[in-house]
Every structure is written in structure tokens, then in C-alpha cells.
Design a protein around this ligand. Structure first.
Ligand SMILES: Nc1ncnc2c1ncn2[C@@H]1O[C@H](COP(=O)(O)OP(=O)(O)O)[C@@H](O)[C@H]1O
Ligand SMILES: [Mg+2]
Ligand SMILES: [Zn+2]
Length: 372
């Protein structure tokens, strides 16, 4: 294990084009460099693990790259690029706001800002987690940001834009980094698996991507964890076991059972789920998500909102075509009510069992409505 490098570090993109799922941002940045329309201050904002720091570093390197050509990508081999990659660049400086948040730290930075670069045109300052700066540090920084010397460029990154003073925001060009789409995460993991000669089931990668909730870094960490646990093979079952995720099959079954109004089977299936060690709130969330998936299948236009592995898409479309919209909506209402009261309920098992019984009664409620 001595030379094991975690995937999130090993596969940190080194060029704009390899950043996943943020192409509108990378294109805009490239065009700005190409047309010499660079802002002096950028703010990269978005949730964790979506590529803010990565993109900040690529942008900084590209601006200073000595071999810049029409591709507008850092060459990663010139003196400027390599000195940064090796961590001893004088022209690209990184400050982690989380650990260097005092006025002293910012004063040091401001001293650096004043000095013109010895080689090259720009000195670039990446301030990560900028929302962590203390108020006085912020204020000290503001003066510099108001009148920066021509050679200074600032790239600020944060997960919490609302904590940044409006006066700072107004001086930055703001880029909103999106959560990464499940399919994009799956494709990225597939490439890494191929590179690492790891056998990976796309269905398993889908579950990982889902769990990562839009954060590519999290997806990579989960992937590593499962690889180390399961001997270089990522199977659907190993992912379910590891992440304690309930197989899609259970939800398909519950809906079938409810449509057939079979209360006994519903209770027995829920018992099986509990004995496998899953908890009720997980089940509620999963079942709601399942019903939401059935709902988006109701209309051709919204099927694309279905974020599930390709091989079970058809299964969703099938089950959706057998379930009426009224059934799905009532079921979702019911689950939402249960979720609201679930935390406070004294007998959690019973509360879900009642919900399942009501779920099984929806078809007859609908039938009697149609008759009357
Ligand atoms: N958009 C992305 N494209 C490719 N890899 C990414 C992306 N976002 C995150 N990663 C992976 O996660 C790691 C951490 O990303 P980072 O840029 O530090 O995220 P952030 O700064 O938004 O929290 C990177 O080294 C890379 O492996
Ligand atoms: Mg970061
Ligand atoms: Zn270079």
C-alpha cells in the first residue's frame, strides 16, 4: 500500500478540457484568456468537491504558461507550470483561508501582492475557503482588492457565498460551479477504473455516483474505499453492502405489492429489509425517490430527469406505465407525511407499517372514487 495515491489526488485534472461537468465555466475562462479580457478577481463558488480548487489552479497556470498556444491549456512542462506543480512557484501563490485566516496572514499576502513578479506578467493569488477569513482579515484584504496592482490576479474559492461581504462580491467575476451530474460521474469513474485495470459494473458505479450527491471528490473516495475492500473488483453487491444501500429491486417490489393491495406481503418485505440492517428513514427516502422516478417517466419530456443506470431505466418506464399518476401522487403525499412525523414517532416500525398498509389501500380508494 506504500505507493497508493488516493484517486481524488491522482486524478486531479491538469487541463481545462479534463475538468468534468463544468464546460460553460472552462470555456468562458479560456475565451477570456484568448481575448485578453481577464478579470482581476474571480470568485469560484459551489458545493464541495466539484472542481473549484482544481479549476483555480489550471486557470493560474494557464495565465502564466510560457508555451501558451491556441488550445489555451497549460503545457504543464514549462518552467512556470512545473514550478507550480512542484509547489515552489513565486508567481502563483495559494493561501488556504481555513488555516491562514488571521490579519497577519492577510498582511503577509498583501506584502506579496505589492511585489511585481520577477518573471512573467502576472502574480496570481488563489485564496481557497475564503469565507473562513476573519472579519478583520477580510477588511484588510478588501483594500487590496479595491485597488490591486496591474500584475495581481485573485482567484477566490468558497462553498459559502453568503458569508462573503457584498463589497468583495461586487469586485469579483463570479462563477457558479454546479454539482456534477450522475452520468458524468459514472463516465469519469469508468475511465479511472479502466486506467487502473479495475473491473467495475456500471450499475455499481451508478450507486456510488448517487451517494456522492454531485461531488466528484466524494465519488472518488467511495470508489477507493470499495476497491480496497473488494479486491479490485467493483460489483453491484459489494457497493450495496459497503454503502448500506437498498437494492432498487425492493422498491420495485413494494410498488407492485401496493398496486396489488397485498398488505401481508408488504409487511413481510419490510421485515426482510429491517433484518438486513436498513433503517426506516433510509427506506422512506429511497421509496420516495423511487416514486419520483416513476412520476418523471409519466411524460416523455421528463424521462431525461431519470438518473438511474441505463439497464434499469426500462424497468422504471414499465412500472410507471402500470401505475396511474393519481396512485403515485397519493403515495408520495403519504410518504411525505410519514417522513415529517417519523423522527418524533415513538414506534417507528409501526409508523412505517401503517404507511405501507395505507399504501396498499390507495388502489381501492381510487376505485371507489371513480365509482361515486
Ligand atoms: N469537475 C471535476 N472534474 C474532474 N475531477 C474533479 C472535479 N471536481 C472534483 N474533482 C476531483 O475531486 C478532487 C477535489 O476537487 P477540488 O477541485 O479540490 O474540489 P473543490 O475545490 O470544489 O472542493 C480533484 O482532485 C479531482 O480528483
Ligand atoms: Mg477546494
Ligand atoms: Zn506551461
Amino acid at each position: 500500500m506504500s505507493n497508493f495515491v488516493v484517486s481524488a489526488r491522482k486524478y486531479r485534472p491538469q487541463t481545462f478540457d479534463t475538468v468534468v461537468g463544468q464546460s460553460s465555466i472552462t470555456t468562458t475562462l479560456k475565451n477570456a484568456i484568448k481575448n485578453d479580457h481577464l478579470a482581476q478577481a474571480f470568485l469560484f463558488f459551489g458545493s464541495r468537491g466539484v472542481g473549484k480548487t482544481t479549476t483555480a489552479r489550471i486557470l493560474a497556470k494557464t495565465i502564466n504558461c510560457m508555451n501558451l498556444d491556441d488550445s489555451i491549456e497549460p503545457c504543464n512542462s514549462c518552467e512556470s507550470c512545473t514550478s507550480f506543480n512542484e509547489g515552489h512557484s513565486f508567481n502563483i501563490l495559494e493561501l488556504d483561508g481555513a488555516s491562514n485566516n488571521s490579519v497577519e496572514d492577510i498582511r503577509n499576502l498583501i506584502d506579496q501582492v505589492r511585489m511585481a513578479p520577477q518573471v512573467g506578467q502576472y502574480k496570481i493569488f488563489i485564496i481557497d475557503e475564503v469565507h473562513m477569513l476573519s472579519l478583520s482579515a477580510f477588511n484588510a484584504f478588501l483594500k487590496t482588492l479595491e485597488e490591486p496592482p496591474k500584475h495581481a490576479i485573485f482567484i477566490l474559492a468558497t462553498t459559502e457565498k453568503h458569508k462573503i461581504l457584498p463589497t468583495i462580491l461586487s469586485r469579483c467575476q463570479i462563477f457558479d460551479f454546479h454539482r456534477i451530474k450522475i452520468d458524468d460521474i459514472v463516465n469519469h469513474l469508468m475511465k479511472i477504473a479502466a486506467e487502473e485495470k479495475i473491473k467495475a459494473d456500471p450499475k455499481a458505479l451508478h450507486v456510488i455516483a448517487n451517494k456522492a450527491d454531485g461531488a466528484l471528490r466524494d465519488a472518488l473516495s467511495i470508489f477507493d474505499q470499495i476497491v480496497s475492500f473488494s479486491n479490485n473488483e467493483v460489483t453491484y453487491q459489494s457497493v450495496l453492502d459497503n454503502l448500506n444501500v437498498l437494492d432498487y429491486d425492493y422498491y420495485f417490489k413494494i410498488v407492485d405489492i401496493a398496486r396489488n393491495e397485498n398488505i401481508a406481503e408488504a409487511l413481510l418485505l419490510y421485515n426482510t429489509i429491517l433484518t438486513k440492517g436498513f433503517d426506516g428513514s433510509q427506506f422512506l427516502v429511497g421509496l420516495s425517490e423511487h416514486l419520483r422516478n416513476l412520476l418523471v417517466c409519466k411524460d416523455q419530456a421528463t424521462v431525461e430527469l431519470l438518473e438511474v443506470p441505463a439497464e434499469i431505466k426500462e424497468q422504471y418506464i414499465q412500472q410507471s406505465s402500470h401505475s396511474s399518476q393519481e396512485f403515485i401522487l397519493l403515495a408520495l403525499d403519504l410518504l411525505r407525511d410519514t417522513e415529517i412525523h417519523y423522527k418524533a414517532s415513538k414506534n417507528k416500525r409501526l409508523s412505517i407499517e401503517i404507511t405501507l398498509m395505507k399504501l396498499c389501500s390507495i388502489p381501492s380508494t381510487l376505485k371507489s372514487k371513480a365509482v361515486s
